[in-house]
Design a protein around this ligand. Structure first.
Ligand code: ADP
Length: 612
């Protein structure tokens, strides 16, 4: 009953639009009734043409067994005219009117459905995106970004396409089937029963095909996500692809994934495609048998005339249309389920407890941040990357982390704003465990200047004021000045209103860093997390960036992963990390005097460069 649960959950997105749904169901009901009327008059047309009623028609007595006779009598009352020609005209007119009405109603219903469909996709995408933004960083470590994009863009739409169209058809098609079968029963019970025996056979067939389609379409979606993620990775990393001459290897990777996608798409389509011809073949076999059986009844003339048989056949053929639609409902549903599983997996991923605690519990920072016997392993991996780490950062001091690559420096920085939760020990701010603090409040304490500057395809002004909405323009300009960014910003074509392109593509590395320093300065956070870029800048840029950093950390509490000599020299405490442990701790002079690990780093990295 997993499918039923999935479907119920999918349908819950429609509940916000119940008036639209009610309208759509009403329209469906009207469409089905007008259809029955038009078909009934179709039978009357045949009767008027080939076997018009001569003279008066006697009113049959009422009985359940003779509803057909009564209906025919009332139809005759409506269409009887002096001559058959006038009757024919009237029947044609009635048919035309009922068909026209049916199609106008179908058009109205399409509009209602489209409005419903689009609104539900909109809601689902909004919810997915909002949820995705609240998911922890560790979730993003596990998921490819192309995959997430594909879920929000493609899967949300395909869930919905399958949901609204099937929801609608689940109402109208069974209604049409019921109306048609009632008409068949009214016209000839015996013939109808003969037909009904065939139905379960078709039903079984539909279920088997549906299951196969579901398996296939899940695979198709996976390969689609694979394609998107290859595209995303290479387009984002186009420079690397070019530099390493990876064109042909990347193209081969894409070709391979594309081939698998097409292969699975074809298999999925081919299985889906067999379902509707198969249903029709069954139907036709059934009709041929009936023609023979019913034809014999007409010849034997026991109250079952040609008009009745023609009507019976018209209604029978009409029954196949909704039945076919019902069989394709199953296919649409199954592909919707595949998408739903992926969408709901995102929606069910637990979010960060951002607003879990009361707003009043935002931590204050007056004394210190303390790491107390902290151990940490990345979620899903067993290996501890930080082991029994203890140190204290007092307010107003600068602590620098030094160590070889992979020692755990960036991990320490990521633990401060709780991008990940520690696995042992505690991180305390003024003695309060960060896990007891309001997460939004905690993050508000920090300003981050990361190695990879995060810039948005926006104006310079909006990039600096990101995270400080509604701030005064003067303050933005002051921040830019302190970050040594004012000069180059003013030289840009539209100054602060220049768009900087995706990821700040229009800017140099040093300019990007200075923008993100300006952003941190503007937010004026009590604690600064600084992951100095290792990428080498030209000397002039480096001086500008360094002096911007000095402006940034002056009189501030800062935790720095330091690569620049001057930052390290002026740090109050230097922690030397090695494989997740602190191996040395002290000031620049103390550690140099110690003559061990730090001295070694100092010698190989900085000794050749004069201190600034
Ligand atoms: P550093 O910044 O000192 O170079 P990191 O803190 O980036 O070191 O990494 C410390 C260790 O944690 C490394 O062994 C690295 O492979 C591992 N690591 C880093 N990020 C992740 C992650 N998202 N998932 C799993 N392991 C990670």
């Amino acid at each position: 009953m997993k499918s039923l649960k999935l479907y119920r959950r999918m349908i819950s997105y429609l509940s916000a639009y119940s008036p639209w749904i009610a309208l759509s169901i009403l329209l469906s009901f009207l469409v089905a009734n007008f259809e029955m009327l038009s078909l009934w008059f179709g039978g009357s047309l045949v009767q008027t043409l080939f076997d018009p009623v001569k003279g008066e028609m006697a009113r049959p007595s009422f009985s359940f067994g003779n509803i057909n006779g009564l209906l025919k009598y009332y139809t005759w009352l409506i269409i009887r005219r002096e001559n058959s020609f006038d009757s024919l005209k009237l029947v044609c007119l009635l048919m035309a009117v009922t068909f026209l009405a049916k199609n106008i109603l179908i058009y109205c219903k399409s509009l209602v459905m489209a409005a419903l469909n689009l609104n539900v996709v909109k809601d689902l995408r909004n919810q997915l995106y909002y949820h995705a933004l609240k998911l922890p960083v560790s979730w993003y470590d596990r998921s490819k970004s192309g995959n997430i994009m594909s879920i929000i863009l493609n899967d949300a739409a395909s869930i919905n396409a399958s949901m609204t169209s099937t929801f609608d058809r689940l109402f109208i098609e069974p209604m049409r089937v019921i109306l048609c079968v009632s008409m068949l029963l009214i016209i000839n019970v015996e013939l109808t029963l003969a037909v009904v025996i065939i139905f379960p056979l078709i039903g079984t067939l539909i279920t088997i095909v549906g299951k196969a389609v579901r398996r296939r379409s899940k695979r198709v979606l996976e390969h689609m996500a694979g394609l998107v993620s290859i595209l995303y990775e290479t387009i984002n990393g186009i420079r690397a692809v070019k530099m390493f001459n990876m064109h042909s290897i990347e193209a081969d990777k894409f070709r391979g994934e594309n081939r698998r996608f097409i292969h699975h798409s074809f298999r999925s389509t081919s299985i889906g495609a067999v379902s509707s011809p198969l249903t029709e073949v069954f139907g036709v076999v059934c009709v041929i048998l009936l023609l023979w059986y019913g034809g014999r009844q007409v010849f034997s003339a026991d109250g079952f005339g040609a008009e009745d048989f023609v009507r019976f056949l018209i209604f029978l053929f009409t029954t196949f249309t909704p039945l076919k639609a019902l069989s394709s409902i199953n296919n649409t549903l199954q592909s919707g389920f595949a998408a739903a599983e992926r969408v709901f997996a995102v929606l069910d991923a637990p979010v960060e407890p951002l607003a879990e605690s009361a707003p009043g519990t935002a931590p204050s920072f007056t004394r210190s941040i303390e790491f107390s016997h902290v151990t940490f392993a990345y979620p899903g991996t067993g290996a501890e990357v930080l082991k029994d780490l203890s140190f204290t950062v007092r307010k107003g001091t600068v602590v620098a982390l030094v160590g070889s690559s992979g020692a755990g420096k960036s991990t320490v920085l990521d633990l401060l704003p709780r991008f990940y939760d520690i696995t042992g020990g505690a991180i305390l701010i003024d003695g309060v465990d960060v896990r007891d603090c309001d997460l939004a409040g905690l993050r508000h304490l920090y300003g981050i200047v990361a190695q990879e500057t995060v810039l948005f395809d926006e104006t310079v002004y909006n990039n600096i004021s990101y995270g400080s909405p509604g701030v005064k323009r003067d303050l933005v300009i002051d921040a830019a000045r302190a970050a040594n960014a004012l000069e180059f910003i003013e030289k840009m074509p539209h100054g602060f209103d220049t768009m900087i392109g995706e990821q700040g593509i229009m800017l140099s590395g040093g300019q990007r860093q200075r923008l993100s320093i300006a952003r941190a300065l503007l937010r004026n956070p009590p604690i600064l997390i600084l992951d100095e870029a290792t990428s080498s800048l030209d000397t002039e840029s480096e001086i500008l960036v360094q002096s911007a950093i000095n402006n940034l950390i002056v009189n501030r509490t800062a935790i720095v992963v330091a690569h620049r000599l001057s930052t390290i020299r002026h740090a109050d405490t230097i922690l030397v990390l090695e494989a997740g442990r602190i191996v040395e701790q002290g000031s620049h002079a103390e550690l140099l005097a110690l003559g061990k690990r730090y001295k070694y780093f100092y010698d190989i990295q900085f000794a050749t460069r004069a201190p600034r």
